[in-house]
Design a protein around this ligand. Sequence first.
Ligand code: HSE
Length: 313
Amino acid sequence: MSAAQWATAFAPASVGNVAIGFDILGFAVDALGDRVTVSRSARPGVTITAVSGIAGELPTDPAQNTAGRALQAMHAALAPPFGFEMRIEKGIPLGSGLGGSAASAVGAVVAANALLEQPIEKIELLKFAMQGEAVASGSLHVDNISPSLFGGLVLTVGIDHPRVKRIPVPPGVCAVLIHPHMFLATRQARAILKRDVPLADFVWQTANLAGFISGCYTDDLDMIRASFEDVVIEPQRQALIPGFAAVRAAALAAGALGCSISGAGPTLFAWALETQAQAVLAAMRAPLVAGGAGVDEWIVDLHRDGARVVASG
Ligand code: HSE
């Protein structure tokens, strides 16, 4: 069977950091995502013909666009005998902390891969998508790219030679997300972070990351709950999100296993038992709405696959 002339990929949104894994841990949010269509083109290199959806103003110069830069890296490395022409349909709000730039980059490389005579493995696509993420946030981090590509909860170790491990999520556990309608630039939320971490906080955070992951592998909800606390990044960022402390307290009081900032924010997330998810969502919503914020909200399955081709021809 010959490769496709065009392909459309869906790439899910994602929650980066998951409280305790700054820049290395993330989970896919299949309830929303970006759709990217890539076609073979007689024009060499990479062209972006349209950006639509809830995009605002996004650059169509490929070098300035997360998906464009990812495809440029892929095209330069693999040198297919045709150009890539791309249309991007944004389903993830910009500046929401839901991995929108990562999803566009992931969608682009997954769609383009379907055009190759010899498609490459997802782990190879990851490196190209990472080049795109760097355009948006100014740094090479992978905690949104990896879950958008692979699905579920994903740990990524290394940048130059990333190793990706999908972490099992205990059955019956889901995520609750609430997005207050404000824009928060990842660059800004990274720029405020102190460069140094006190030794005691390092120990605490390391214990929490290890506890969280071991709790996931052993279905130990008590361990997950006890470990679900970011003592390094969240204290520095929470002032950027009005109502954060009240939302977190309400989520925990309603039974959430933990609650924190999704990536750089302002979206907030919790993990909860499916049986308690609606109550946790209502608890998280109340302080935001009382503060006058408009919100979007989702309850998310943590066991779904990542980016995939949804149409081709
Ligand atoms: N890990 C990143 C951060 C995610 O928190 O800055 C945002 O892209």
